[in-house]
Design a protein around this ligand. Structure first.
Ligand code: PMP
Length: 390
């Protein structure tokens, strides 16, 4: 006799209520409903380079449509190793130290599966990228927020030191940082490295915005600091640099001792990054000149200046980002009790969607809104004109 399942048996997992739909997606949905300009999601709807598109289309026509090796195609790993040596000063063997992943997101997830246990604590700097926080929750790992000091988001070393407990297993560093655009200085990274070595911690660094640097800010890969190569998992990808967020191509670099296990979990979750799209990223890497990367930074610096000027005109005081393509603005003058209400009021008033600052804090951010300026120029012009009128 068949039994009807009891509702208890059909209950969601214990962590399901903790991992709520991200505010970013919620604002995007609301924006689409209203026909507004979406400055909420980091979707970077600028054009991809022609070489990148051609590389993928050629690969599809040439029949490169089956699974790749679990760590990705060899020529892309080789190109990444060459780039890591030249630009990041990281020496990595493309056969034993690099995995092409399903975006930076897949890299973080598989590394976390390989390295962390339920109940471990992982330190994040606040304001943080919500996916980093929720990924930890989804693995039953406890994220611990170490607040950075507004308005310049400086690292308070004592706070970091006091947040380390016997259960701490790792620190997540995102530089340039989403949402504040902070770029960690060499001194800050050295201090993090000293603590990581002292307490025997892994460091997961998300460097996805490494090519979006303004006013001469320098990007330093933590893995290059003394003693850090063996304990750092360097994560980056092509979503932002090549404007291909929907392709899901990223990579990670780590010690050969832990790569096989991370590779195992990446295989288990994704099998491999999309094969023909790996060829697209490869062609971009091989054929785009150095000027492409410099122009990118220059173009985004202009966009940053444009949005910051519009926000200032509107009395929504921005903290000026040094990198990435987001700006946090003080929206205290927009009516509302919470950042969520403020974001909705602003969307209704000027037709521009932003993300409530509370999405990046455990408790707080209620007067902040985050605007993404990774937009096509005409959309940015329209958004800035509308914001200036507020
Ligand atoms: N890391 C950060 C800090 C991001 O802002 C984003 C995109 N919003 C990602 C990772 C996602 O990268 P990917 O598309 O490579 O998964």
């Amino acid at each position: 006799m068949s039994t009807i399942p009891q509702s208890k048996a059909l209950a969601l997992s214990q962590i399901a209520p903790l991992v709520i739909q991200s505010e970013i997606r919620a604002m995007s949905v609301e924006c689409e409903r209203m026909g507004g300009i979406n400055m909420a999601q980091g979707i970077c709807d600028t054009e991809l380079p022609a070489q990148v598109a051609e590389g993928a289309i050629e690969a599809i026509h040439e029949g490169r449509n089956i699974y790749s090796r679990l760590d990705g195609i060899a020529p892309l790993r080789a190109a990444i190793a060459e780039k890591l040596a030249r630009r990041n000063h990281i020496e990595a063997d493309p056969n034993t130290q690099i995995i092409i992943t399903n975006g930076a997101t897949g890299a973080l997830y598989s590394a976390a599966l390989a390295l962390l246990n339920p109940g471990d604590e992982v330190i994040l700097f606040e304001p943080f990228y919500g996916y980093h926080w929720s990924t930890m929750l989804s693995l039953r790992v406890t994220p611990v927020a170490v607040p950075l000091e507004a308005p310049n988001w400086l690292l308070d070393l004592d706070r970091l030191r006091n947040s380390i407990t016997p259960r701490t297993r790792a620190i997540i560093v995102n530089s340039p940082l989403n949402p504040s655009g902070k770029v960690f200085t060499r001194a800050e990274l050295e201090a993090i490295a000293v603590l990581a070595i002292e307490h025997d911690l892994f460091v997961l660094t998300d460097e996805i915005y490494e090519n979006f640097l303004f006013d001469g800010a320098e990007h330093i890969s933590l893995a290059t600091l003394p003693g850090m190569a063996e304990r750092t998992i360097t994560i980056s990808g092509f979503s932002k640099t090549f404007s291909i967020t929907g392709w899901r191509i990223g990579y990670l670099v780590a010690s050969p001792k832990i790569i096989p296990t991370i590779g195992y979990f990446h295989d288990l979750t994704y099998i491999c990054a999309p094969s023909p799209l790996q060829y697209g990223a490869l062609k971009g890497m091989l054929e785009l000149p150095e000027s492409f990367y410099n122009n990118l930074a220059g173009e985004y610096q202009q966009k940053r200046d444009q949005i910051c000027a519009a926000l200032t005109t509107a009395g929504l005081n921005p903290t000026i980002p040094q990198g990435a393509y987001y700006v946090l603005a003080d929206a205290a003058r927009v009516p509302g009790k919470t950042a969520s209400e403020r974001a909705r009021v602003l969307l209704a008033a000027v037709g521009v969607a932003s993300v409530p600052g509370s999405a990046f804090f455990v408790n707080g951010g209620e007067t902040l809104l985050r605007f993404c300026f990774g937009k096509r120029q005409p959309d940015l012009d329209r958004a800035c004109a509308a914001i200036s009128q507020y």
